[in-house]
Design a binder for this molecule. Structure first.
Ligand code: ADP
Ligand code: MG
Length: 590
């Protein structure tokens, strides 16, 4: 930077700046402070977070960057005070992460801040304390070169915004996620994250992305990575991708940057997935860390108040570059191993073999040609377990009001005639899901609702996923899980909800936990129901599963045992009925 002194932007420039709230939550404070440290040329950035059971109390960011002069430091807290741009024209080609001069002012306005800073060339440093945006203390002090900012009592004077904060573990998960994203977009900087007195991670900062990924996620993942190489004639895209890890299906493990700026971009997520072609199953997301090296003039970073999104002058071109770069790396890797079937390329869930002494594991069954007992075996187990105690397997009594079954269509729908003579089509998945959901609700918090596992299943999670599971742990226990923190972001699952047959293998348990935490966003009051819905949905028989006559009867019997239910917990219909009037209408008899 030619002239690193801070000045106030003029009205004309201010009017071109995308306005909006910068500080939404603790993670946004960390984001802005880390961005400032990066812009200050830091080679080491340390972030210390302290929380208690109620909230995140303190955020400290320490860098070894260029520091501020005693004259500049107080100015930095003024609105629209920046050293990074001068005129509206500069907005067209921004090479720093910050440029609006708003972050420090916005943070200081809603918290208590202490800043200590010294430039390498100055003898003394400066220390400033602010409360609610007003300077309460300013003095010379001894300090190492660089800047340290401490933020306390966030939102102490804005109760409305405080109300929007989620639980401590959710807020921490956002901070961890943000820090991972920062570290991945700047492998040349050494990042250290401390929570309480414990180190959550530290990256080496030697400019090697692979090494950075390894220090964040471990060597097992690093060994499965596929290197992206820029393609001739396309915008350069660099980074690594990997097939979905184990049974992970969430998109939280896609890290996208544009010129070292971390961004959220659903269209680039799609482009990455598309690059894997047909080798990803529906709903599966790969692991990916990519950086798009684009001419700064071709990307507008001034479109979102928190700079989370950017606008490309040609989004199509960027998407094409990402898709083809991923595609060519993935195909090359496949050829290298002479493996062409995607199923073989995909790693199995990591812990699957730990319980291989259980004979009834859900390993994929070989195709069975005859429709014998083997074809139905698996669904049988799933159905049996949602059966209310005391239900006999014999056909329903004479005179009961159960529908008469006619058969199954497409392995998905059961066709029946109700005792009132209506034609009924039952969606077997929706029906079974409804049964499982009702069962979970009925037994809520009942200790006998758990089914002990032979061997406890260890589920290692990422930092942020672990924090989110902690958030939902009460709901998981209410559903019948016996689950404990095992340390190091690993959870030990000792028991699962009784009657959810599929949940006896580690892969399923892990995917269920991940699905549960994907679904816990939204109002806390509805969270338990959402957790139950997720469990019920996974436990239920899927479509495209042939059922024997007896299995269909049992399903229908369970479905009607608590009165006729017409929708599944997600609100999809479980049953559609055609009475004689409907049929007459359909056949234009009336
Ligand atoms: P912006 O980053 O958009 O310029 P900020 O409010 O985040 O606005 O920061 C205001 C100014 O304070 C920056 O332009 C920079 O000159 C100075 N500054 C902030 N943080 C640091 C830091 N960690 N090291 C050196 N200078 C900093
Ligand atoms: Mg800034």
């Amino acid at each position: 930077m030619a002239d690193p002194t801070i000045h106030l932007l003029d009205e004309e420039t201010i009017s071109h700046i995308a306005a909006g709230e910068v500080v939404e939550r603790p993670a946004s404070v960390v984001k802005e402070l880390v961005e400032n440290a990066i812009d200050a040329g830091a080679t080491r950035i340390r972030v210390l977070v302290k929380s208690d059971t109620a909230e995140i109390r303190r955020i400290i960011v320490i860098d070894d960057g260029r520091g501020m002069s005693p004259e500049d430091a107080p100015l930095a807290f003024r609105q629209h005070a920046t050293s990074k741009i001068k005129t509206a024209g500069d907005l067209a080609e921004i090479s720093t992460l910050g440029f609006r001069g708003e972050a420090l002012a916005s943070i200081a306005a809603v918290s208590e801040v202490t800043l200590t800073s010294r430039r390498r060339e100055d003898v003394a440093g400066i220390k400033i304390t602010l409360s609610g945006g007003m300077i309460t203390d300013l003095s010379e002090c001894a300090a190492p070169p660089g800047t340290m900012i401490e933020v306390r009592s966030l939102f102490f004077n804005t109760p409305a915004r405080r109300k929007f904060l989620r639980t401590v573990s959710t807020e921490l998960a956002h901070v961890f996620d943000l820090m991972e994203r920062s570290a991945l977009s700047h492998p040349e900087i050494s990042f250290q994250l401390m929570h309480q007195e414990k180190e959550k991670f530290a990256t080496p900062g030697r400019g090697d992305l692979l090494e950075t990924i390894q220090s964040l996620f471990g060597g097992d993942l690093a060994r499965t990575l596929i290197t992206l190489s820029p393609l001739r004639g396309e915008m350069p895209v660099v980074g690594y991708v990997a097939y979905p890890l184990g049974s992970r299906t969430n998109r939280n493990q896609i890290y996208i940057s544009v010129n070292g700026r971390q961004i959220a971009s659903p269209s680039l997520v799609r482009a990455i997935r598309d690059g894997f072609g047909t080798s990803l199953a529906k709903g599966e997301y790969p692991f990916a860390v990519i950086d798009c090296l684009i001419n700064p003039g071709d990307v507008d970073v001034n479109v979102h108040p928190t700079k989370r999104e950017v606008k490309f002058s040609s989004e199509r071109q960027v998407m094409d570059a990402v898709r083809t770069t991923v595609w060519s790396a993935v195909t090359e890797k496949a050829q290298e191993h002479l493996i062409h079937t995607p199923a073989v390329l995909k790693p199995l869930p990591i812990l699957r073999d730990q319980v291989s002494d259980q004979p009834s594991l859900e390993l994929p069954r070989p195709q069975v040609v005859s429709e014998g007992a083997a074809t139905y075996g698996r669904s049988d187990r799933q159905l049996r377990v949602t059966e209310p105690a005391g239900t006999s397997l014999s056909p329903p009594d004479e005179g009961s009001h159960l529908p008469r079954l006619l058969g199954q269509v497409n392995g998905t729908y059961i066709i029946a005639i109700s005792d009132e003579g209506e034609l009924m089509i039952i969606d077997q998945h929706a029906a079974h899901e409804k049964i499982a959901f009702d069962l979970l609700q009925k037994r809520e918090g009942d200790a006998s609702a758990s089914q002990q596992l032979l061997v406890p299943v260890m589920v290692p999670l990422s930092r942020k996923d672990a924090a989110l599971v902690l958030d939902a742990i009460g709901d998981l226990r209410a559903a019948g899980f016996v689950i404990e923190e095992f340390g190091g972001d690993t959870f030990a699952v000792q028991a699962v909800p009784a009657g959810q047959a599929k949940l006896d293998n580690p892969g399923e348990i892990e995917s269920l936990l991940l699905e549960v935490i994907e679904g816990i966003r939204g109002p806390a009051s509805e969270r338990r129901l959402r957790v139950f819905k997720t469990i019920a949905c996974r436990a239920a028989i899927k479509g495209n599963t042939p059922l024997s006559q007896e299995q269909m009867e049992r399903l229908v019997q369970q479905l009607f045992s608590a009165g006729p239910p017409y929708t599944c917990p997600h609100g999809r219909p479980a049953i559609v009925r055609f009475g004689s009037a409907d049929l007459e209408f359909l056949f234009r008899r009336r």
